[in-house]
Design a protein around this ligand. Structure first.
Ligand code: HSE
Length: 331
């Protein structure tokens, strides 16, 4: 058994976020050890290709293509590969071996979160996923912990930065939809498959995660009503602007009653008209914001960068420190 003088951490994936997380774990080892009360040892980084170019250079001896063996050598497994497989099988393997998991994988959490959380619970492990929604913005922990004693009544959120960037260019600079999308592409804001952004799939996954947490239920991403921004024209944006509105791709989560009168939760993602004086109307560029209304807390807004290597790494490292403290405390 580990005696907690050292917490062993493995990183799966060394893309923009993974290489940043691994580099910071090495650079700030002593500082993190002081915060955690134990040394945090990066035992390896699983990559697809050992010689691929990376955003942050990592020591060659830490790189491995054998992710399956690596997960069994760690107390905390940080999954930043994205996609469903092999991420899901590796996370299951890590959990079954008793490791805690930190992930930024919104597609995986939206589709299989409940199953993974239950699997972890059975062995006393934990799954952390602050980075899966809105990168650096703390929103998972506030919903799961800070507001756990309150009742959330509604969430309005801008959780996709690239579509916010596109609509914002159209609204503030009069860009055409095509020109705005070309700029977003140039700046690297869009996913490798831009359909995920512009058709609202990415926002729907994040909305499902927020809804499940806020309303203590399981809402799969395919149960989310989804409409992207591809049919929004420059004329519509301009007419809205002149009438005192702004068009934003909003995720709207609220209590609803179904056709049979049963209480449920409605989760919708679509380009909505927002009054220009609503706090979300001034979320510009690629930023994200989550506006939460709760019975006792009233309205709260969480705002900041919703993407980026460093920003997402901030959330991943916060989760890693939490998981490491749990280990040190014997959790
Ligand atoms: N493509 C996503 C966005 C990246 O535009 O918000 C962060 O999940």
């Amino acid at each position: 058994m580990n005696d907690y003088r050292s917490v062993r951490v493995a990183v799966l994936g060394a893309g923009t976020v993974g290489s940043q997380v691994a580099a910071v774990l090495l650079e700030r080892r002593e500082e993190l050890a002081r915060r955690i009360g134990a040394d945090i040892e990066l035992v390896g980084v699983a990559v697809r290709r050992l010689d691929a170019p990376r955003d942050r250079e990592l020591p060659r001896e830490l790189l491995t293509t054998d992710a399956e063996s690596l997960v069994l050598r760690a107390d905390i497994v940080i999954e930043l590969m994205g996609g469903i497989e092999p991420a899901k099988s590796l996370i299951e393997r890590a959990i079954d071996g008793g490791a805690d998991v930190v992930t930024g994988n919104k597609a995986l959490i939206a589709a299989h979160g409940t199953e993974l959380f239950e699997r972890a619970e059975r062995v006393g492990a934990a799954v952390y996923y602050e980075a899966a929604v809105a990168a650096a913005i703390p929103i998972i922990r506030p919903l799961r912990e800070s507001l756990a004693g309150d009742n959330v009544t509604r969430i309005l959120a801008i959780v996709n930065g690239s579509t916010n960037f596109i609509l914002d260019r159209m609204h503030r600079f009069g860009d055409s939809a095509e020109a705005a999308q070309a700029t977003a592409l140039e700046l690297g804001y869009l996913e490798a498959d831009p359909t995920l952004d512009v058709e609202g799939y990415d926002a729907a996954q994040k909305a499902a995660i927020l809804a499940s947490l806020a309303f203590h239920t399981e809402i799969p991403a395919d149960a989310v009503y989804r409409e992207g921004i591809t049919s929004v024209t420059a004329d519509q944006v301009e007419s809205a602007r002149q009438a005192g509105y702004v068009i934003k791709l909003l995720a709207i989560v609220e209590k609803a009653v179904d056709a049979d009168g049963a209480a449920g939760v409605s989760v919708r993602v679509y380009p909505a008209l927002l009054n220009a004086d609503h706090p979300l109307a001034s979320v510009h560029g690629g930023n994200n914001a989550v506006f939460v209304e709760a019975e006792m807390a009233g309205p709260l807004m969480f705002y900041g960068a919703g993407a980026g290597g460093q920003e997402t790494a901030s959330a991943v490292l916060g989760d890693t420190v939490s998981a490491a403290r749990r280990h040190v405390a014997g959790g």
